[in-house]
Ligand binder design. Structure first.
Ligand SMILES: [Zn+2]
Length: 282
């Protein structure tokens, strides 16, 4: 069985594929997936999907890209989502310095008010505190702010069961500090080398990101797709989608990639991921 620690099945881009997806994923087979809402508008779609498919763990959060557009009542709405479903997690939340320097016309950020880091941090911390009090797992997003994130997390209460750093691409030296706080780290297949035959660790742009997965404690390793975002290189894709979208079945690529990095057989890697997934997400 495969376990996807982070995706966005509720995303509009996957809507045309939603009828076929459950069958495609059952064929892998997929054991479970954490489906992350990112803004108030998509929490309903996450809840609807989770009610339809028992393998979905719903997760609700306000993403740093969406923090600037939050409504006045966002926080009670989030609390109500968690109260309504004891399986629900908190996420995707976090901080993102990249968006502040992105081009004004970047289509991914269209219509969003870009909250500065202190405001992003405030929104993240409110959600973290809620996760602590409700004892729910949390999924954190971070781009170009790993040191800041680590310093913030070292100062606050964190959920006793741990938290996920999704698509971990931070520096090696922060891994022990994050791990001491209870972090799990998920490998995203967008960081895999262009050819499957390339030995991991040689020259391709994201080699260092993959190398870091060798030093993460084994009981903290997870895999994810972030589908429909972050598609793997074409050679790794099991079911290519058009428009540079990632199919959630690319969890196979993520798991194969982790097996390659760890130099473990695929079935042992799957068993390790399954155990870690259940410990964090239940
Ligand atoms: Zn995501």
């Amino acid at each position: 069985m495969y376990f996807d620690a982070h995706n966005h099945l509720q995303d509009d881009a996957l809507a045309p594929h939603l009828a076929a997806l459950p069958r495609d994923l059952a064929a892998l087979p997929l054991g479970a997936a954490v489906v992350n809402g990112t803004c108030e508008e998509d929490w309903d779609r996450v809840a609807t999907l989770a009610a339809r498919h028992p393998w979905i763990i719903p997760s609700y959060g306000l993403h740093p890209w969406d923090a600037g557009n939050r409504t006045e009542g966002w926080f009670p709405k989030l609390r109500a989502r968690l109260d309504a479903d004891p399986r629900a997690a908190v996420g995707e939340i976090g901080i993102d310095r990249w968006m502040l320097g992105a081009r004004p016309d970047d289509p991914r950020l269209a219509g969003l008010r870009r909250a500065e880091l202190p405001e992003q941090g405030e929104v993240m911390l409110k959600q973290l505190a809620l996760a602590c009090s409700a004892d729910r797992p949390v999924t954190l997003h971070c781009i170009q702010a790993w040191g800041t994130l680590c310093e913030i997390l070292e100062r606050v209460n964190l959920p006793a069961r741990g938290f996920l750093l999704h698509a971990y691409a931070g520096p090696a030296e922060l891994i022990p500090r994050f791990a001491a706080l209870g972090a799990y780290f998920s490998l995203n297949p967008a960081f895999l080398p262009p050819a499957k035959s390339n030995p991991i660790g040689y020259s391709f742009p994201k080699a260092a990101v993959l190398q870091n997965f060798k030093i993460i404690p084994k009981d903290r390793l997870l895999v994810e797709t972030d589908a429909p975002a972050m598609p793997p290189p074409p050679a790794w894709q099991t079911r290519p989608l058009t428009d540079h979208l990632s199919h959630p079945a690319n969890i196979v690529a993520a798991t194969e990639g982790l097996a390659t990095v760890l130099e473990l057989p695929l079935d042992e890697t799957r068993a390790l991921v399954a155990e870690n997934f259940h410990r964090l997400f239940g």
